[in-house]
Design a binder for this molecule. Sequence first.
Ligand code: ZN
Length: 502
Amino acid sequence: MPDLESNYNELISRYKEVAVIGSVNGLLQWDMQTIMPPKGSERRSDQLALLAGIAHNRMTSPRIDELLTALEAHSGELPPEEQANIREIRRDQKKAVKVPQDLVEELSRHESVCHEVWVKARAKADFDMFAPYLEKMIALVRRQAECLGYKDTPLDALIDLFEPDATVAVFTKLFDEIKSVSVPLVRKIADAPIKSDRAFLHRDYPIELQRRFGEQVMKSIGFDLDGGRLDVSVHPFCSGGLGDVRITARYNPNAPQQAIFGIIHESGHALYEQGVRADTFGTPLSEALSYGIHESQSRMWENLIARSRAFWTFFLPRLKELFPTQLADASLDKFLLAINHVQPSLIRVEADELTYDLHIIVRFEIERDLFAGKLSVSDLPRAWNRKIEDYLGVVPPDNGREGVLQDVHWSGGMFGYFPSYSLGNIAASQFWSAMKRAMPDLDKQIATGKFSDALTWLRANVHQHGRRWSRDELLQKATGKPLGTADYLQYLTDKYSDLYRL
Ligand code: ZN
């Protein structure tokens, strides 16, 4: 056993170093997006590239492979949690060694160029300007997929980088189920006699008061402000880990709901990070299971909890204390209808809870057809617009700014990422149903501002496990079944039938 133990300890300490490098990288990224002066960007990209290189180098070191091989031969003799760490480190190591250093570097270089061109092309609404760079990006990620290996389509290998064990086939089935319920529901809502009055949400809401409300909510739901911060950035995000989790918000003085729900969304991500076990820190057991499960936590707090009647029964009077004149005529019913307003639109990040998935499905189906060779880059603007019209009933203008050029992901080589957002919605509803079965008075608790039982449940059933289980194992243990759309579709149908009296 001594060999086994010392090998395991060495493996973990090497992995921890890579995790620490990653956390330094995260801090530099946070700085870049919040307070770095504009002239710092050149130095910063050198710093980030150096760190990424060091991390890749350490992860692909032959010593890690040696240690893993020695440990795998006797892995049955180790405690189950250590076995899980070995399995997950091997998963990361395999991915790292399969992609050659020159491709990693070429991808990284092309990401910077492609991103820059995308920013300009979007501003000018000129897809043709972006097309050759996108073409090259797709060629590079195709090469990456060939290195990583896949069974059915190169997109499977790329999806696996964000959502282990998910595939095009898995998402196609889930998304067909969502479409069959969401598309008719959106049409029914458009014809419903109930219309929301949202004028009060466009009055003047001073930013400092919005921030104060955001912090009040953060504290109430269990965000540890001694182990995290709230700052401002152009695109809201959450970064860091246990002990120092940072979230950001973007404030609009005439649309307070954007920052409020943004802060709650990022807090949901942060609570996941703050909920990992301190004694596993720096190992896969302290890391999020996947992008989709991370997103399930943000969407749980943002949508299932914070867009509910129970939540605003408690918080609307508190919001009114800060904005008494702006909200003078906002009853609870009026407020709920306004913050849950369904409106097919062109821009994903502005979409409501119900139509959001349809934006994701459009992107997923386009990526699927692109990697299957059924679409070429020059087909994208038209394919995009056709699908948006089919699923959402709105027609994008031809310029691409409100269409195919709107998202940053493809310019960064992130193909296969979008489905994680919808997987988050599906998993969140599944967790929520299980929470309600375990705690039938959950709504009553929330209506009195008590969130501790909800958070305790999430800590025990999701946060504490990190990458201990696969996604379906985690869901099976927490909710009694593997990932499926039943709870989500029921939730959407019930919610909107009630709101719009369908
Ligand atoms: Zn998120």
